[in-house]
Write a protein that binds this ligand. Structure first.
Ligand code: BGC
Length: 754
């Protein structure tokens, strides 16, 4: 069961009708229409079907045979009815060309699952990020891609790697949190998962798309309309250093390490220029500097100007060839405002990617969801969710609960019998669902569970008092298209239930109370000193009930660590109290905090968070030995590795469990105009150990781990000075330090890197 039923589809459907009327003015797609993909064809007639040739070569052979009109037709999408998410449709379609055997391309959302009829609703990316495990992220991507493939798609619109600049962002749940290194590692894992299934991943939304806009969209209007700082038009003003150090690294990792096949450009403007016509981002950085060889496609309706997009790096306007409609493109070519070389480059990228991913050589298109292993994916969703649950607090080791000692368990709250999902393109219609209440009833037997929906706090407290323990499940509301008005559980809730008051009331009545949060991102926890145990489940996916029962009763450990800081007060957020910084004024938002985003801000200002980035408890305890820093073998030579940090992790408790050692680097400032955050995450690992066991862990630090973006030099530089390398359990719990020196004397214990 999922809330927010069909909000977005209604709005999108209305938008779609308007667009279809307009779009019918143009010729969409190639003259001979769509065709389904088949095997490529006879090599004698179609030399590009020779699979021994490189993707580049094959693309070139097709290109040489295309007419200008056929090329132009390939630059635009052809179908938008699928954005409503219906069975048998696709989020996007780009018709191929029967004459030359070019297959039609099919696209599907997204980061939580396929949005095309029913699909496995996976834990949200925020939950996946909390696993601090690229392997877990990969597993999530693989499930989604498997289903997308069996529903006949080639491209999955995921992962989203925008940075959590503010937890108010309505899409916080869809992203991997506030740290660029973590977001990059998780994004790469997800991409590998998708692409391991033979599908093409799509990293989005490039770039600096960190808010949806303050306020609520007018029902029926295109998503995001009618708000301050609206994502469709907002102009994000930021310095090159913040861009390079905070907002781009996860995209860079997606391209360089993940080998992502496609990139989705974003709606917003970046320093004055829209994402889908931004030469600096699309051409200079993405294609030239990072060497991206795939293709760039638009977010839905994000292209604004045909000429600018054609000349500045946009390859495919997916929605649906609207800005790249053939009439407009042909006119620009005819008047030499766009060269045929430019058209060729866009088409070549699309074809090359199709060849590289075997789309010409794949069996014919088939949308047959009956091939999906529903039960296996349901189980996988629960396993991943357990890996992503974050135990924020566990006084007196209340958790795990001992089943024999619990005769009756009170399960309370407006989100106890539903599964929170975020609205918009990540709202997946689940194949199955097990709510928290259902999971706990299955676990204990229905007669041992006392349920109350939490609509009356006094009544709920009375139910809690009668039981041996209480689990109060509350959530928040987040959606694409609109930011939250406050970083609270209650913001935007329509049912009038004060969730903060409910938790406090239940905890006052029942000393053995566990608060379980289904929130899309960090929320304020004003009641936290009064509740012994707090478990963050995020938007948990369709099998949360199973995962929750396992975690509460200790068959599984809550494996998560926070990918985003939980502030003590809303006023502590980096963008608080300055409307120019957020949500912007008259459509312009100024990233005045520069690189001081998330824990970097809290550290720099010495503000104590409610729960720190990287924090999360398990059911056992670990000791980390003193970190030893060494030059990487080959370091200083041609290799990129500079150093390694080694330490021993020992499970000092009585149960098996996972540790998440984190390595942060504190860099020297090269000058007053380049303030450095006290620490920045540069490595982590996830280690599972039996009780009493120990393991040596080594984390690599490359040159980038010690670099800052030098705006004047327009490049990465290592500053002269002393570097603090910190081993930690969280950004606020450093267990040991080592020093490194770069052209400086940093004392006897320091490792000289140069
Ligand atoms: C979202 C994208 C999504 C697309 C298609 C847009 O509104 O921003 O993330 O992939 O819709 O549903």
């Amino acid at each position: 069961m999922s809330d927010d039923p069909a909000r977005r589809p209604v709005r999108l459907a209305l938008g779609a009708v308007v667009l279809m009327l307009t779009a019918s003015l143009f010729t969409l797609g190639p003259a001979d229409g769509a065709q389904t993909a088949g095997v490529c064809g006879d090599v004698r007639e179609r030399p590009w079907c020779d699979t021994r040739l490189s993707a580049d070569k094959r693309a070139g052979l097709v290109l040489a045979r295309l007419t200008l009109d056929e090329k132009i037709a390939l630059l635009g999408g052809d179908e938008l009815s699928g954005v409503a998410g219906g069975e048998g449709t696709h989020t996007g379609t780009s018709n191929g060309l029967a004459r030359l055997g070019i297959p039609t391309l099919y696209f599907s959302d997204g980061p939580v699952g396929t949005r095309q009829g029913k699909a496995t609703q996976m834990p949200s990316p925020m939950a996946v990020a909390s696993s601090f495990s690229p392997t877990t992220s990969r597993a999530a991507g693989a499930v989604i891609a498997d289903e997308a493939r069996k529903k006949g798609n080639h491209v999955v619109f995921a992962p989203g790697v925008n940075i959590g600049r503010t937890p108010l962002n309505g899409r916080t749940f869809e992203y991997y949190g506030e740290d660029p290194y973590l977001a990059g590692r998780m994004g790469v894992g997800f991409i590998r998962g998708i692409q391991s299934q033979g599908l093409i991943a799509n990293v989005k939304h490039y770039a600096v798309n960190n808010q949806e806009g303050e306020g609520y969209a007018v029902p029926g209007s295109p998503i995001g309309a009618g708000v301050e700082g609206n994502r469709l038009f907002v102009n994000a003003i930021l310095g090159e250093r913040a861009l390079r150090e905070i907002y781009l690294p996860a995209f860079e990792a997606a391209v360089k390490d993940g080998g992502v096949g496609t990139v989705m450009c974003s709606y917003n403007r970046i320093n004055g220029t829209y994402g889908c016509e931004n030469e600096h981002l699309l051409v200079d950085i993405l294609k030239r500097e990072w060497g991206f060889r795939g293709f760039v496609l638009t977010d839905y309706g994000a292209a604004k100007n045909t000429l600018n997009s054609l000349n500045n790096g946009l390859d495919l306007d997916i929605w649906p060839g609207f800005v790249y409609n053939p009439v407009a493109v042909r006119a620009l070519v005819a008047t030499s405002q766009v060269s045929t070389d430019t058209i060729d480059d866009h088409v070549r990228r699309i074809l090359r990617t199709m060849f590289a991913y075997g789309i010409f050589d794949a069996p014919a298109f088939r949308d047959d969801a009956s091939r999906i292993d529903v039960a296996a994916h349901h189980a996988r969703a629960a396993a991943i969710e357990a890996q992503g649950m974050v135990l924020l607090k566990n006084s007196g080791s209340l958790l795990p609960l001992r089943q024999r000692r619990i005769r009756t368990l009170a399960v309370i709250g407006p989100e106890a019998d539903l599964i929170r999902t975020g609205g918009g393109s990540s709202d997946v219609n689940p194949l199955r669902s097990v709510t928290p209440l259902e999971g706990l009833r299955t676990r204990l037997g229905a007669s041992r569970v006392l349920y109350d929906d939490g609509s009356d706090a006094a009544r709920a407290a009375a139910v809690a008092r009668r039981a041996d323990a209480a689990v109060v499940v509350v959530g928040d509301k987040m959606t694409e298209g609109a930011d939250k008005m406050a970083p609270t559980l209650n913001a935007g809730q329509m049912d009038g239930i004060d969730r903060d008051a409910l938790i406090a009331a239940v905890a006052a009545a029942q000393p053995r109370t566990v608060a379980v949060l289904q929130s899309g991102g960090p929320v304020l926890t004003p009641w936290r000193s009064r509740v012994p145990a707090i478990l963050e489940a995020w938007y948990p996916g369709q099998n949360v009930g199973t995962a929750l029962a396992r975690v509460l009763f200790g068959d599984a450990e809550p494996g998560g660590r926070l990918p985003m800081t939980f502030p003590d007060r809303a006023a502590d957020l980096p963008t608080a109290g300055d409307r120019a910084a957020y949500p912007g004024i008259a459509g312009t938002v100024r990233y005045r905090e520069g690189v001081m985003v998330g824990y970097r801000h809290f550290d720099e200002r010495r503000i104590r968070p409610a729960y720190a980035f990287g924090h999360g408890l398990g059911y056992t305890t670990f000791r980390f030995s003193r970190p030893v820093l060494r030059r990487a073998s080959g370091g200083g030579g041609g290799g990129d590795q500079l150093a390694t940090v080694s330490f021993r992790v020992t499970n000092t408790g009585k149960r098996a469990g996972t540790a998440v050692p984190q390595v942060y680097v504190g860099m020297p400032s090269p000058g007053r105009d380049t303030p450095q955050p006290p620490k920045q995450l540069k490595g982590f690992d996830k280690v599972r150990l039996a009780a009493g066991a120990s393991q040596l862990v080594t984390i690599d630090l490359d040159r980038r781990s010690f670099s800052y973006w030098d705006t004047a030099a327009d490049g990465w530089r290592v500053a002269r000075g002393c570097y603090d390398v910190m081993l930690a359990r969280s950004s606020r719990d450093v267990t040991g330090r080592a020093r490194a020196a770069w052209s400086a004397d940093c004392g006897p214990g320091a490792l000289t890197l140069r």
